[in-house]
Unconditional design. Sequence first.
Length: 211
Amino acid sequence: MPFSGVIFDCDGTLVDTEPLANDVFATMLCAEGLPMTGHEAMARFKGKKWATCLAEVEAELGRKLPDGFMPELHERTSEAYRGRLKPIPGIIDLVSSLEIPMCVASNGTRKQVEFSLSLTGLLPYFTGRIFSSYDVGVWKPEPDLFLHAARAIGVAPVECAVVEDSLPGIEAGIRAGMRVFAYQPTMMDERIPGGVTVIQDMSELHAVLKG
């Protein structure tokens, strides 16, 4: 069945934030006494909301993180993005060629999403069509954000494609009744449920989404 619309996650799907963000996070966790590599942080926290990540960290440390931890993390991450953030390979060619409604639905804040998209030249493709879990008050893996985004662009869930890279996002798309495409450019996560289409390159979506 042809698709009438497509919903993209942001981090790791439109912009290559995950390695940069998790390297910064891991460095700061090491300084707090919790040794971790950026790769380990990505495997453990990818796609989760910040409150969940911090709760896990504090439980493992046995104490609260300092009050200034999150502001410093945001500042250091933003600085890393300013110098090194890039769009996911092939994504600009894809979104610039699509003629069906599309939008972004992210567990991140609207400000974070707009910042990342502006740095990589993607913001004009999604202006006015950026949806954040912070706006609806529900986070992936709950389906609410995707259902909200589909309503906003006027597309029935069953006619909507979701492009995701994280397990919470993939689960949210499935629970929303949408067709999910899992972007796994290097190694497929063995936990991805059956029925999800795994892609390694954004060019694989061209024919599918353009019908």
